[in-house]
Structure formats: C-alpha cells, structure tokens
Design a protein around this ligand. Structure first.
Ligand SMILES: Nc1ncnc2c1ncn2[C@@H]1O[C@H](COP(=O)(O)OP(=O)(O)OP(=O)(O)O)[C@@H](O)[C@H]1O
Ligand SMILES: [Mg+2]
Length: 368
C-alpha cells in the first residue's frame, strides 16, 4: 500500500455556513503524514461537515484544503484520491464482497489483472478471503465494516476518512475493530481522519485529537495533553470525568496561581492566564488525581462519603465537600480508607495543570 502512505493534510481557515448555522468557523489543522487524527465533539459541532469538505462532497464557504501542500479545493471528489467510510458502510447489496471491493478500481478503468490483484490483497488485509463470494446481507456488522474498509482502501486513497466507523457495532466487536483499524492504519501508514463522539475511542486510537465545539476548534493536541492539560473548560469537561472545585485566586506566581477553595484551604495550581487575584475560578481535578483517607494532614479537604462503588481492583468514591460540591475519586482498594462518614480528600501533587474562570454563563461547558 506504499502509494497510500505518508500524505500531509492541511485545513486552512476552513469556514462553512448553512444559512445562519456556522458549522465550521475558521478551522486550521495541520495533519502530518501517517497520522491518525480524531475529530471529537458533541452532536452538531461540525465533525461530518469537515469530513465532507475534505472529501469534496461539500464546498466550503471559505478556506482551503491541501494535500502535501497543494490545494485540492477545486478538484471534484473522484479526483481527490480520498477514501471515506461512512457509519452505515453503504455496501452495494446486490454485489458480492469481491465485487464490492473491485467496484472503485473497475470504475477507474484499471486493467483486469490489477483489479484481481488488489481485490485479493484487500481481502487478505481485512482477513475476509473466505467470504469473497458472499453478499453483504450474509455478513455480520463487523464483517461488513471490514468490507467497507477494504473497498475504500482498494482505490489507494491518499487520505482515509472514517465517519463514526464503529457506531453500529456492539461493544466487544467495537474494541476488536478499533484495534484492527489501528493496526491497518499503522501498517499502511495512511493519513487518517476519524470522526467520533466517543472520547474513549478518540483517546485510545488517535495520535492527536481535534476537539470541536459549535464549529470552533477548541484544542488540537495529543490524547495526554487533551486529558491532562485541557486548554478550556469545554475540553476539560467533554473529555473524561471532571471534578470542578470552586475557589478564587489568592495570589499569582510565574508558574501558576494559589487558589483559596470554598472551605478556606489553599492549593497551588498550574497556569492561570488572564486571571487576577480575587477572580472566581473552577479548579479541575480528575478522579485519579485525588485520594480519600481517614487522616487529615497536609491541607487535606474535609468531605463526607456519599457513595462507594467497588469496580474490580478499584473503588469509585463519591464524596461531598463542606459546601456540598460532589467529587468523584478513583483509588485502589485500601482497607484503611473509610467507606462512609467523614473523610479527608487529598489532591495529589502536580495534578492541577490550570484553572478556568468561573463565569456565570453555564453555556460555556455545554457546547451545544
Ligand atoms: N445540509 C445541511 N443544511 C443545514 N444545516 C446543516 C446541514 N448539515 C449540517 N447542518 C448543521 O450544521 C451543524 C453541524 O452538523 P454536522 O453534521 O457537521 O455535525 P456532527 O458534528 O457531525 O454531528 P453528529 O455527531 O450528530 O453527527 C449542525 O448544526 C447541523 O444541524
Ligand atoms: Mg456527524
């Protein structure tokens, strides 16, 4: 699949409006050759719109799409050499698996021998050789998914686009297909853009994630940066489980801030850009950045256990702070930590990368 490998994809200031709805608002993305990038965001944020613009099904209102630095915006879909797999696979129902895979190469006028060779190769790649003469309706969802992928790869696309490729699959099959697509993508080195609204899928599969909200690019970064160092309250809240402790800036330092929480305790945090002492803030802490214990040394926060769920080797605690704020904690089973009543909550070192302004408008975290 060497012709498919290693193409760079650039979106430059892509905007798109459907009447009054701005589905894309000046999106800039530089996707490196061979990268798997996920577009992640809530329903209606503009993910499919971007894929359609890349594929050429939709002409952007403004901005440019480039492959290897050359604009493709003027090219019709069939000349872009971009493969797209939609959520519903859309296989031709009256054609066999082999005929489905051969469709693109035949339509492109490839010689018979080359069509036969690519069909055999693709059947091998997706491990469906034994099913070559079946009709789509004689296949399981996962098998149809593989055929859809093989059909798409057969034309040797420069870029692979996947729109919610796993949403029709049940949970176990989903994980198998995620692993399989990741393997195929690595092997082939094909630059891939995948749309999902499943944050775990994005975190698990992607080299980088573009988080979108209402047509805006909120953050484009590695899964660990998105999870541990979110740029905005929206990203923090949309990806993973987020506790938000209320407080106010007590002081600023070159590396961050000291925040006074509702109960008066002081904690150090990372960056607090554009905030001034006295500003009301929300301090994000992931459940695994906290620990519950019976002892209250070192500025721990007083809390009450409201629920404990044992999940495998871990406990998930829900506790309430003195001001009533609910907080989730995940920790290893620990005989010394109380399962009910008053406890102390410890924030582990370096778990607070930054703080967010606590604005009265709660729409800031809702996206849509
Ligand atoms: N053909 C259209 N005409 C008018 N508005 C549209 C059209 N297609 C999409 N939109 C609007 O543009 C916005 C973005 O839609 P898009 O399909 O890109 O969202 P999405 O992120 O893919 O959502 P989902 O997760 O539900 O698939 C939405 O507000 C949607 O209602
Ligand atoms: Mg969509």
């Amino acid at each position: 699949m060497s012709q498919s490998a290693g193409h760079a994809l650039t979106l430059r200031s892509i905007s798109h409006a459907f009447g009054a709805v701005v589905a894309a608002n000046g999106i800039d993305l530089d996707i490196r050759p061979g990268e798997l990038v996920s577009l992640l965001g809530p329903s209606g944020c503009g993910k499919t719109t971007l894929l359609k613009i890349i594929a050429g099904f939709l002409r952007q209102t403004s901005g440019d799409v480039l492959v290897d630095g050359a604009s493709i915006s003027h090219l019709p879909t069939h000349q872009r050499r971009i493969g797209i797999v939609f959520q519903n696979y859309a296989l031709f129902p009256h054609m066999s698996v082999a005929q489905n895979i051969a469709y693109g190469p035949v339509a492109a006028g490839w010689p018979k021998a080359e069509v036969a060779a690519v069909v055999t190769e693709m059947l091998d790649v997706v491990q469906m050789a034994a099913f070559r003469d079946r009709l789509p309706r004689e296949l399981s969802g996962g098998q149809q998914q593989r055929v859809a992928l093989a059909r798409c790869l057969a034309i040797r696309p420069r870029i692979l686009l996947l729109d919610e490729p796993f949403s029709a699959l049940d949970k176990n099959l989903r994980l198998d297909m995620q692993i399989e697509i990741k393997r195929l993508q690595r092997q082939s080195g094909i630059t891939t853009v995948m749309v999902t609204h499943d944050q775990e899928e994005a975190l698990g599969m992607s080299d980088r994630i573009a988080v979108l909200s209402r047509g805006n690019l909120e953050q484009f970064a590695s899964p660990s940066d998105i999870y541990d160092r979110p740029d905005s309250l929206f990203v923090n809240t949309f990806v993973g489980t987020a506790n938000l402790l209320k407080g106010e800036i007590a002081g600023l330092s070159p590396s961050g801030a000291v925040v006074r929480l509702a109960d008066g305790s002081l904690i150090e945090t990372g960056r607090a850009t554009q905030l001034v002492p006295g500003a009301r803030v929300l301090v994000p802490v992931r459940p695994e950045g906290l620990r519950v214990s019976a002892d209250g040394a070192d500025g721990a926060l007083a809390a009450d256990v409201t629920a404990v769920m044992p999940i495998g080797p871990s406990f998930i605690y829900e506790v309430a702070l003195a001001d009533g704020t609910p907080v989730k904690v995940v920790q290893e089973r620990d005989e010394t930590a109380p399962l009910s009543g008053p406890v102390f909550l410890h924030i582990k070192p370096n778990r607070i990368s930054g703080v967010f302004a606590d604005l009265p408008d709660d729409t800031q975290i809702k996206g849509n």
